[in-house]
Ligand binder design. Structure first.
Ligand code: PHE
Length: 500
């Protein structure tokens, strides 16, 4: 289109005026509509002035096009009747359809034909004149050739017979505008150092700001599926009257992550192969947040038992308990909270807590394992709780997730007894799937904290990733979390509704 623009500008420069853009379009061999695009844009930059020229003409309709060669309907009917006349039925067959009807009417009105009923039988259509002049066809030919019609003829053909239609269009008379130039100067969008240094900013034209332009849609600020599922879990817990525990501390001492949970210091999970230990700072001095008497009770329950337990019978080392690590489970948070609950002013009060946050394990990463993932954990701490309460709460909780059929399998955790793995029947996959782990916290964990003897804690945990992958149809955990995650997945993932 740049060619067209410069062509137009050159022509205007040479002639001072372009009398009719329609003519120019013809000479340039382009569609007038295309030229109008160029005219409008040059007009907007005040390089040219365009004045409207209104045009009007009649054009043939599709129907009348055929009458140009075949003759008008009335002429066709006159021809068909012939010198000897024919019956109405014969005429209908000879000139079928609307042309026949209209032609007959016109020929009768023009007194070209008559109806002869003298034969007695079926009336015959007969000629009243010997020959006719097809004026309608001649007028249509005038229109096709662009010749003007007399007003009465034009009105008759356009309004009564609808054989021609009016057409209106605009072309333009073009003259030079106040900013006429042979080439368009592109207005600058920015003031540059160069313009200031050379002083060209004085004459430089600048593009105006468009304060009404729409902004770019933000590329960020979308919720990751894990966050959506977390919100749903939160809703379920809060609806069930659970309170969220503070989970903002990724670094824990081994004490809260393991020792307080009666997990022996030789336990394989406490190996560097399974747990990320910190080198800086490598340890949390045990006097920070852990009162000496509680520390003592934990040491003694590990070494020699108590509260009906034999203990592990090994020599417990304070240094191991002080080692810093990235928490391997959110149960580290639960143990802190239970200690607080036992020692709060006013004494123990029942509580229902939950947490949903990140944990870390030194694991080989594969389709189903990550070194950091999220745990969902719930616990109820009250007097006289039983395994029946745990099963009841689990049924309530999981049925809100839409998992209504549960089975339990005995399991082992160092800090719970009894312990149960939770299975749910998946209608979709037609099999039982593990959905979580649960148990009743051991007295070896609760009693050293100072919780009364009749207080039990039922608790359960599951990962946030597993249900999220099922809900969003993601089969590789690395597509959900980490550097392989596609940003468009984060942008486009749908709403999450649990339990539907
Ligand atoms: N902490 C356990 C885990 O990491 C889950 C669990 C929580 C088990 C509470 C029992 C009770 O798998």
């Amino acid at each position: 289109m740049a060619d067209l623009e410069s062509n137009l500008l050159q022509t205007l420069n040479a002639q001072e005026t372009i009398a009719d853009s329609g003519e120019l379009a013809k000479t340039l061999g382009v569609d007038h509509m295309v030229l109008v695009g160029t005219i409008r844009s040059l007009q907007a930059s005040e390089m040219i002035v365009a004045e409207d020229i209104d045009h009007f003409r009649y054009a043939l309709t599709e129907e009348s096009q055929s009458y140009l060669t075949a003759g008008s309907p009335e002429a066709q009917v006159f021809d068909a009747v012939g010198p000897n006349g024919i019956t109405m039925a014969e005429l209908k067959a000879a000139v079928p359809g609307e042309a026949g009807d209209v032609g007959f009417k016109q020929a009768m009105q023009g007194k070209w034909l008559a109806l002869d009923k003298s034969g007695g039988g079926e009336p015959r259509v007969v000629r009243k004149v010997e020959s006719i002049e097809d004026r309608t066809q001649a007028l249509l030919a005038d229109v096709a050739a662009g010749r003007e019609l007399a007003q009465s003829d034009a009105e008759n053909l356009a309004k009564k017979r609808k054989l021609i239609k009016p057409e209106q269009w605009k072309t333009y008379k073009l003259t030079k505008g106040p900013k006429f130039a042979l080439e368009r100067k592109k207005p600058a969008t920015d003031l540059t150092f160069d313009m200031v240094a050379k002083g060209t900013w004085r004459t430089q034209e600048f593009k105006e700001y468009n304060f009404n332009a729409m902004g770019q849609p933000p590329a960020g600020g979308h919720l990751h599926p894990l966050l959506k599922v977390r919100t749903q879990f939160r809703k379920i817990f809060t609806q069930m009257g659970f309170e969220e525990m503070p989970t903002n501390q990724y670094v824990e001492s081994s004490f809260w992550n393991f020792d307080a949970l009666f997990q022996p210091q030789q336990h394989p999970a406490r190996d560097a192969h399974d747990t990320f230990f910190l080198t800086k700072p490598a340890a949390t001095p045990s006097d920070r947040g852990v009162p000496g008497d509680y520390l003592q009770r934990v040491q003694s329950v590990h070494e020699s038992g108590g509260y009906g337990s034999l203990g592990y019978g090994y020599s417990w080392k304070l240094a191991d308990a002080e080692k810093n690590l990235l928490r391997t489970h959110t149960t580290a948070v639960s143990s802190r909270m239970l200690y607080k609950l036992a020692n709060q002013p006013g004494g123990f009060k029942p509580a229902k807590y939950f947490s949903i946050d990140r944990v870390f394990r030194n694991e080989q990463v594969d389709r189903t394992h990550l070194a950091e993932f999220h745990q969902v954990e719930g616990l109820v701490c009250d007097r006289g709780l039983t395994l029946g309460d745990l099963i009841g709460v689990l049924n309530q909780f999981f049925s809100r997730l839409g998992l209504k059929k549960l089975r339990f399998k005995p399991a082992y955790n160092p800090y719970t007894e009894p312990s149960m793995e939770i299975f749910s029947y998946s209608e979709q996959l037609g099999k039982w799937m593990e959905v979580g782990n649960s148990g009743m916290f051991r007295p070896e964990m609760l009693r050293p904290m100072g919780l009364p003897e009749d207080v039990n804690v039922i608790a359960w945990g599951l990962s946030l990733e597993r249900p999220t992958m099922i809900l969003y149809g993601i089969d590789n955990i690395r597509d959900l979390f980490g550097h392989r995650v596609s940003l468009s997945m984060v942008r486009k993932n749908p709403l999450c509704r649990l339990g539907l």
